[in-house]
Design a binder for this molecule. Sequence first.
Ligand code: GLC
Length: 427
Amino acid sequence: MLANQKVYISLVISAFLIFGCKPDTARLTFAVGGASNEIEFWEKIIGEFTDSTGIAVIVLRQPTDTDQRRQGLVIPLRSRQRDPDIFLMDVVWVGQFVVADWLEPLDSVIMANDIDIGNFFEPIIDQVDTYHDKLYALPVYNDCGLLYYRRDLLEKYGFRSPTTWQELIESAVSIQERERIKNPYFYGFVWQGAQYEGLICNFLEFAVSNNGGIIDSGGSMIVHTPQNIEATKLMHDIIYKYSISPPNTYTEMKEEETRLTFEKGNALYERNWPYAWGLHNGEESPVRGKVAVTVLPRANNGQHASTLGGWHIGISRFSDRRTEASMLLKFVLSYETQKNLALMLGWNPGRSDLYEDEDINASVPHLNILKKSFENAAARPTTPFYTQISDVLQKHLSAVLSGESSPDEALLKAQHEIKETLKRYHE
Ligand code: GLC
């Protein structure tokens, strides 16, 4: 990028930040979020896009929390603002954005830009991105919950990586007790228990790995089941009975809090998404080289489960720069950009053709584990009313984790409120 182009873009960004108003000049706004290394990487590759096309782009930095990111997009879209022109969406919002009529259909964009959707995972495109035979979004990366662990500590104390929740608890209790002698802040297991979307993702993994789940074989939502009650009790007991997760699990623990606790050397096991891999092994990381990844544990008679997450790219229907936005979409989804995202950030590409790439397989060890996780991935419902359902369930699960409600009572109430919510939306 030319130096004066960079100055120009930063002036535009400053005007935007200082005055909170939209600068009256032509540019493309791309909303992304995540950990700081993810946003820095976006800025770098978007700079390359600007260099090759001459199209100036403002990278709108959103927070890491998915609920806050959603809010940050819903406000401008509801008021039909032209910015942001193009953005990433959590896999669970795409349905809502389509039904609200906020997304530009991509069929002609695909044709005009020669994008081959045969290079993406068909089931994901069918389930998430297509409505009434029209395509509205495409996956930039797919997420799956993983278990990170301290290889060095398991070796030191003579444990294997756990395959069941029981093994995880036993090893965590034992190692935590001994590590606490020199580190009073050490915990056995950190995961996302705060009241937000991440809690649902973690709950689903406990539930599905215990033969439960929230969608029955007929496609209806069902949460009050013996398997789910047992799973919720386990989440509670991990904090209170076994005391291997910190007391602030239900008040504060989201992805970044969890990652930082583990990275500082204060945890044996961590549940997180693939993005944590690159950061744990970063040059500054105290746990660099000591971390390994595996599938999340299962109940003794259950199967390994991992929640299907991920972020999809779409173009705003209110954008006045849809042609430029389509070019950016093509660039983000190209083999080269997707490969860079996988190599630099440890992300799992949205494109299926990259899973055979030798460089990626050599540098992202969890790619094979992810393939296994995908086999039993727990998808969240794709209903446009998912956010309302998720809010209900978050509230009741949180009541269990804070000790205010029993798993049985909480899931029964959640079941009832979800039914009422769906009735309101005529589902
Ligand atoms: C990750 C996942 C997303 C999920 C969120 C929950 O960003 O990709 O699908 O909803 O975490 O915190």
